[in-house]
Write a protein that binds this ligand. Structure first.
Ligand code: ADP
Length: 654
C-alpha cells in the first residue's frame, strides 16, 4: 500500500511539475474537450487557508453540479476524490444553498460505511470538496460489468449498506437517493454510502416536506403520492437496490413513465423463480406498498435471507468483473476432497459424495463444504486418535521408524523423501537454497555435532530446566504434492511454506498475514485486505489453519506460549525422511519429529544459550542446556535421536 502511495506521489509530482512549466504543450484536442469544464482549470490547486497544495488528476465522474477528480495532497501523497464545483454552476442562491447544505450535513458524518468527508475549501473559480477516494467506483459500475450479482455478494453489500444507513437514520438523516451509483467501493472492497445531495433531516410525519427537489432514483409510493419521505422510503429504495443487484434490472421499469408510476403506486412487479425463496420474501417485504409494513433495518438483517445464506466476510476485487468462487476456491475444494479420501481410507462412496459437491451451486457448495464435510471429517477422524503430523496426504503418511536396534546413526541410512525450502522451488532432486538458510543450518549443525562428539558415553540425565518458554511446531500437515507444507506453532501462528518457495504466516490474531519470498524480506497485510495476487495462497493458508485446528492434536505437553516478545518464527526448510520430519526456522530453531513413537527434539537458542527439548513417547517434555548434556551425557534413546537429527541436517542438500 505504501509503495503505491509513494508512486502516486512521484507520478503526480512529476506531472505537476511538467504541468506548471509546460502547460502550453498540452494537445489542442484536449483543450477543446475541456471547454465545457471551467476554462483552464489549474492542475495545481492551493487551499489559501491552509497553504496546502493539491494536484488535480484524472476525472472520476460527472455529477449534477460537479465534476469529480482524483486529487493528491502534495505534502502527504494522500489521494482524495475531489468534487469540484465551479461557482458559475451554483450562482443562483438556491443552488448555492443546496451545496452548503450538502457540505454541512456530510462533514458531520463519521462511519465506516459512509464516504468520509475530509475537507472543503474554495478559491475564486471553484468549490472543492475532498472525499474518501473509492478506487473501485460504485456498485453501478460493478453491476454494469457483471450484469447480475450472486446472493452471497448481495448479502455482503446489503449488510454494509444497512450498517451505513442505520447510522444515518440514527443521526436523523434520510438519504433519499439510495441507488447503486451512490454506493461507492473502496480499494479493499468495502462499501461506502455517498452523495448526500438529496439527503435531509428527518422531520416528524406531519411536518415532512411533500416534494423533493431533485429526482430520487427509486421513488416510493408515498413519495409519489406526496406524503413525504420517511425512513421507510429509504427502506423501499433498498428493496429496489436488492432487486436490481440480483436481477440486473430495476423492479419498476416500463416503456413509459406513467406506467412506471402506476406500477410503483400499486407496488406491482415480477419476482422471477430464479430467485431463492428467502430473497423473494425479503424483496416483497421491502417493497410493501404501505410504508409501515416494511421491516426496519434491524429486522432486515435478521431475515432468513441473511441468516440462512452464506455471507462472505470480504470479497476479492475480482468480483468487480467476474463472479466469485468465495472461500472455497478450487484448490481448497480439492484439498478437502483429498482430505476426505485419505480420512475415509479410500471408501469410494464417501469420496463420491464429496465429488458431487462440484455439481452444486456455489452457495450450496459452501454450505456442504463448511458445515457438512468438515464436521463429518472431524467426527470420523476422532481427535483422540489423530496425532499431529496429519493423516492427510498421500506423501505425508507417517512411515514406521525402525526399532531401536536398527535405529539410524549413520548418514547412509537416511532415506530422504520430500522437502521444501524458502526461496526455492521444492524438489527432491535439487536444492537451490538461499545461502542464508545454509548458514543457519550450519550453525545449528555445528552446535549439535560439537555436543555429540564431546559428550561422555554415560547414561546420566542432566538436570532439566524449569519453565521454558519456547516456540515449537505443535501440528503439521504435508500437502506438498499439491500446495506446500503447513504447520502450527505453539503461539498459534500458522505457517505454510508453499511449493513455489514462498512462505505465509497467519498470526495468532488471525487478522494479520506475514509473507516472505526470501529470508528477512517480509510483507505484512491484514486478512481483510489481501492483495489480489495473494488471494489463492491465503485461501489455502486458511484451510491449512482450519484443518489443523479441527483435526490435529498438539504433539506434546509443552503447551502454548503467548509471549509477544518472542521472535516471529517462519520455516526456512523442511525435510522428510522415511523416519522423521525435520524443520529449520529463521532464528535457528530446529525440530525433528520421529513418526513411529511421536518423540521430538527441539533445539533452539535462548538468551545466547542453546537448549534442547526432548518430548518422549509419553508426550512429556524436558528441556536441557546443550552445555549440560555435553558435560553429563544423556540416555541412549535421546543420543540416537540427536545423531539422526544431525544427519538429517547434514543431508539437507544431498
Ligand atoms: P452525482 O451527485 O450526480 O451522483 P457526484 O458529484 O456525487 O455526482 O459524483 C460524480 C461521479 O464522481 C460519481 O458518479 C462517481 O463516478 C465519481 N465519484 C463521486 N464520489 C466519489 C468517490 N468518493 N470516490 C470515487 N469516485 C467518486
Amino acid at each position: 500500500m505504501e509503495i503505491s502511495k509513494n508512486s502516486v506521489l512521484q507520478q503526480t509530482n512529476s506531472s505537476s511539475m511538467s504541468e506548471a512549466t509546460q502547460r502550453s504543450c498540452e494537445p489542442r484536442r484536449k483543450k477543446a474537450e475541456d471547454r465545457s469544464a471551467p476554462s483552464e482549470m489549474a492542475r495545481i490547486i492551493t487551499d489559501a487557508a491552509t497553504g496546502k497544495c493539491y494536484c488535480r488528476g484524472k476525472v472520476l465522474g460527472k455529477g449534477g453540479f460537479a465534476k469529480c477528480y482524483e486529487m493528491t495532497d502534495l505534502s502527504t501523497g494522500k489521494v482524495y476524490a475531489a468534487k469540484i464545483i465551479p461557482h458559475a454552476r451554483v450562482s443562483k442562491p438556491h443552488q448555492r444553498e443546496k451545496i452548503d447544505r450538502e457540505i454541512e450535513l456530510h462533514r458531520a458524518l463519521h462511519h465506516k460505511h459512509i464516504v468520509h468527508f475530509y475537507h472543503y475549501f474554495e478559491d475564486k473559480e471553484n468549490i472543492y470538496i475532498l472525499l474518501e477516494h473509492c478506487s473501485r467506483k460504485s456498485l453501478a459500475h460493478i453491476l454494469k460489468a457483471r450484469k447480475v450479482l450472486t446472493e452471497p455478494e448481495v448479502r455482503y453489500y446489503l449488510r454494509q449498506i444497512v450498517s451505513g444507513l442505520k447510522y444515518l437514520h440514527e443521526q436523523e438523516i434520510l438519504h433519499r437517493d439510495l441507488k447503486l451509483g451512490n454506493f461507492f467501493v473502496s480499494e479493499s472492497m468495502e462499501l461506502k454510502v455517498g452523495d448526500f445531495g438529496l439527503a435531509a433531516k428527518l422531520e416528524p410525519a406531519g411536518n415532512r416536506r411533500k416534494t423533493i427537489c431533485g429526482t430520487p432514483n427509486y421513488l416510493s409510493p408515498e413519495v409519489l403520492n406526496k406524503q413525504g419521505h420517511g425512513c421507510e422510503s429509504d427502506v423501499w429504495a433498498l428493496g429496489c437496490v436488492m432487486y436490481t443487484m440480483l436481477l440486473g434490472r430495476p423492479p419498476f421499469e416500463t416503456t413509459n413513465l406513467k406506467e412506471t408510476y402506476r406500477c410503483i403506486r400499486e407496488a406491482r412487479y415480477s419476482l422471477p423463480s430464479s430467485l431463492s425463496l428467502q430473497a423473494k420474501q425479503l424483496i416483497a417485504s421491502l417493497l410493501a406498498k404501505i410504508p409501515e409494513d416494511r421491516p426496519n433495518l434491524d429486522h432486515i438483517l435478521r431475515h432468513d435471507f441473511f441468516t440462512q445464506g452464506f455471507s462472505p466476510e470480504r470479497l476479492p476485487p475480482s468480483c468487480c468483473h467476474s463472479a466469485p468462487d468465495f472461500h472455497v476456491s478450487s484448490p481448497a475444494k480439492s484439498f478437502f476432497k483429498k482430505a476426505a479420501a485419505a480420512l475415509f481410507g479410500g471408501r469410494r462412496d464417501k469420496v463420491k459424495y464429496y465429488e458431487t459437491l462440484n455439481k452444486l451451486t456455489k452457495e450450496e457448495e459452501i454450505y456442504k463444504l463448511q458445515h457438512d464435510l468438515e464436521k463429518t471429517v472431524i467426527s470420523q477422524q476422532s481427535k483422540k486418535t489423530s496425532e499431529n503430523g496429519s493423516p492427510l496426504p498421500p506423501s505425508g503418511c507417517p512411515v514406521a521408524l525402525a526399532t531401536e536396534s536398527q535405529s539410524a546413526t549413520t548418514q547412509d541410512t537416511i532415506r530422504l523423501i520430500v522437502r521444501g525450502s524458502l526461496g526455492s522451488c521444492s524438489s527432491s532432486s535439487e536444492c537451490l537454497e538461499d545461502s542464508t538458510t545454509g548458514s543457519v543450518a550450519e550453525t545449528v549443525a555445528s552446535m549439535l555435532r560439537g555436543c555429540l562428539e564431546n559428550m561422555p558415553k554415560a547414561n546420566d540425565t542432566p538436570q532439566a530446566l524449569n519453565g521454558c518458554n519456547l516456540q515449537w511446531v505443535t501440528k503439521w500437515v504435508d500437502y506438498s504434492n499439491k500446495y506446500g507444507f503447513g504447520y502450527q506453532l505453539s503461539d498459534h501462528t500458522v505457517g505454510v511454506l508453499f511449493n513455489n518457495g514462498t512462505h505465509m504466516s497467519l498470526l495468532p490474531d488471525r487478522k494479520t498475514i506475514h509473507y516472505y519470498a526470501e529470508l528477512g524480506q517480509r510483507s505484512v497485510f491484514p486478512t481483510c485486505e489481501v492483495p489480489e495476487h495473494f488471494v489463492g495462497q491465503v485461501t489455502v493458508l486458511k484451510y491449512f489453519s482450519h484443518y489443523m485446528e479441527e483435526n490435529l492434536m498438539d504433539g506434546g505437553d509443552l503447551g502454548t506460549v503467548t509471549d509477544a516478545h518472542l521472535p516471529r518464527l517462519y520455516l526456512l526448510q523442511w525435510l522428510k525422511s522415511d523416519r522423521a520430519l525435520m524443520m529449520l526456522f529463521n532464528d535457528g530453531t530446529f525440530q525433528v519429529n520421529f513418526y513411529h513413537d511421536h518423540t521430538k527434539i527441539i533445539l533452539c537458542c535462548q538468551r545466547d544459550e542453546y537448549v534442547l527439548t526432548y518430548i518422549n513417547e509419553e508426550r512429556v517434555s524436558k528441556t536441557f542446556q546443550l552445555s549440560s548434556l555435553l558435560t553429563s551425557g544423556c540416555p541412549t534413546d535421546l543420543r540416537q535421536r540427536m545423531v539422526y537429527s544431525l544427519n538429517m541436517l547434514l543431508q539437507r542438500c544431498s
